[in-house]
Design a protein around this ligand. Structure first.
Ligand code: GLU
Length: 466
């Protein structure tokens, strides 16, 4: 085990967002690559906004993506005693103070400051206050440095400097006694021995405040790596307007976790001009050095392309198992019909998602084929009927109902009638599948099997114009 200890620290106030998933992935990859430790911490101190449902959704999405952690999940809501003790420590050391200013007073002073062209930060009224009026609610504020600079070297963004003058005396404990994010994140990252904080760059402005808190609490400051945002095609922050943003929505839309992992890894990270990466490849090749500094644009087409790749090359047994639930959602009972793995084999090349694959599989399990009237009008003509009947009798007589056997049955009909496959196949396809878009007729026949195929072909006779 190396010294590296990283963590993913989601707030359970909603599902796992695509951006959060990428942050989790980067942490996971680096931990696995460097044989470090990956910790999951649920940041649920905001009791009003945190829900068990969100926590469950986040855990489920991490599992689906294959992001296993070594320690946790830890829950901040179970660690309030620790935070209280740390607030107490800072109070006793004079590094924090009780602030009795009311919301109205703060607001009035803020407005006055803005009017006179000043900064709307806390004016320090209670900084030197020593009395502790009984029964009056107070918050605890951190006595932040007023001068000098706070600098850090971000592993992705490079050197970053903040003027301490810009920093407010941060509230670390609310009047109801609950602690604030910027405080607990420091206590936990330090107590959990985190050596590198990888998180979204929306937290960059919090980092100098956190560094000052580490120092005040006597902790070593970890390294930081701030990952750029993910944007939509219009270059605004990725949101629901751009399509699905929840990890599990992609499962529902028929995406494979390895496609999403591959896509998210490449979004903002590169390795030459390679595009296809398994989790094992990523663990081997991932480094923070190749994470870009600027925001990545989410490209649904590319995700779809990767998904198609993983479906095409995927293990059939696994794809069949994953496909099941999409078929069940369509009310299809796969016990009644051809073997699902054989069905998958015929659709792998064509489907970009499991949902598309389920759509393509429906005809295999249909009790009755309701053929597209346009396709019927075009192909099930009086002229096509003799060829169709010849195919029907050749397939009835066929005693090797495999791809090769079926092909030679068609070859026999072609040489006997002089008709090309382009004339014979479309009507067969329409009566077998109901449409003209399907895997090849040979594949469909072989997959349906002789009995089901002949039944459909016989029923299909009714569709032909007299
Ligand atoms: N709970 C914070 C969030 O979800 C985590 C921030 C951090 O990683 O420090 O944004």
């Amino acid at each position: 085990m190396s010294q590296l200890r990283v963590r993913f620290a989601p707030s359970p106030t909603g599902y796992l967002h695509i951006g959060g998933a990428r942050t989790a992935l980067f942490n996971y990859l680096l931990a696995r690559k460097e044989k470090g430790t990956f910790i999951l911490r649920i940041e649920d101190t905001d009791v009003a906004r945190s829900t068990q449902e969100s926590t469950d959704a986040i855990l489920q999405a991490m599992e689906w993506l294959g992001l296993s952690y070594d320690e946790g999940p830890f829950y901040q809501s179970e660690r309030f005693d620790l935070y209280r003790a740390k607030v107490q420590q800072l109070l006793e050391q004079g590094k924090a103070y009780r602030c009795y200013c009311t919301a109205e007073e703060l607001e009035a002073r803020r407005e006055a400051a803005l009017k006179s062209g000043g900064k709307p930060k806390y004016d320090g009224t209670c900084r030197e206050r020593r009395d502790q009026p009984a029964g009056v609610p107070f918050v605890v504020r951190f006595r932040s440095a007023q001068e000098g600079e706070t600098c850090f070297h971000d592993r992705i963004k490079g050197p970053i400097v903040f003027n301490n003058e810009e920093l407010d005396d941060l509230i670390i404990q609310r009047s109801d006694g609950t602690p604030i994010y910027n405080f607990v994140v420091v206590v936990d990252d330090a107590e959990m021995g985190i050596t590198l904080v990888i998180r979204g760059d929306d937290h960059i402005n919090n980092t100098p405040r956190q560094i000052l808190l580490y120092q005040a609490l006597g902790y070593a400051v970890p390294e930081f790596a701030h990952v750029p945002m993910i944007l939509g095609a219009d270059k605004t922050r990725l949101s629901k307007r751009h399509g699905a943003t929840s990890v599990m929505a992609y499962e529902e839309l028929g995406f494979l976790p390895e496609a999403l992992v591959n896509y998210l890894a490449r979004l903002g990270w590169s390795c030459g001009d390679e595009e296809i990466f398994s989790m094992a490849d990523l663990i081997e090749k991932f480094t923070l050095d190749n994470v870009g500094k600027s925001a990545g644009v989410f490209n649904p087409e590319k995700l779809l392309w990767l998904n198609a790749h993983y479906i095409k090359t995927g293990d059939r047994q696994r794809l069949a198992a994953l496909l099941q639930r999409h078929l069940v959602a369509k009310g299809i009972d796969t016990n009644n019909g051809p073997n699902l793995e054989a069905v998958v084999k015929t659709l792998q090349e064509r489907a970009r998602t499991l949902v598309e694959m389920a759509d393509g599989a429906v005809f295999y399990y249909a009790k009755e084929i309701i053929a597209d009237p346009e396709a019927v009008a075009k192909w099930c003509t009086a002229e096509a009927r003799p060829g169709y009947e010849a195919v029907l009798s050749a397939l009835t007589a066929c005693n090797d109902f495999t791809h090769a056997g079926i092909e030679s049955a068609f070859a026999g009909v072609m040489s006997a009638t002089g008709l090309k496959l382009g004339k014979l196949a479309p009507a067969v396809r329409v009566t077998l599948t109901g449409s003209t878009a399907s895997p090849s007729v040979y594949e469909v026949l072989e997959t349906l099997g002789q009995e089901r195929s002949l039944e459909r072909l016989r029923n299909g006779l009714k569709l032909f114009a007299a």
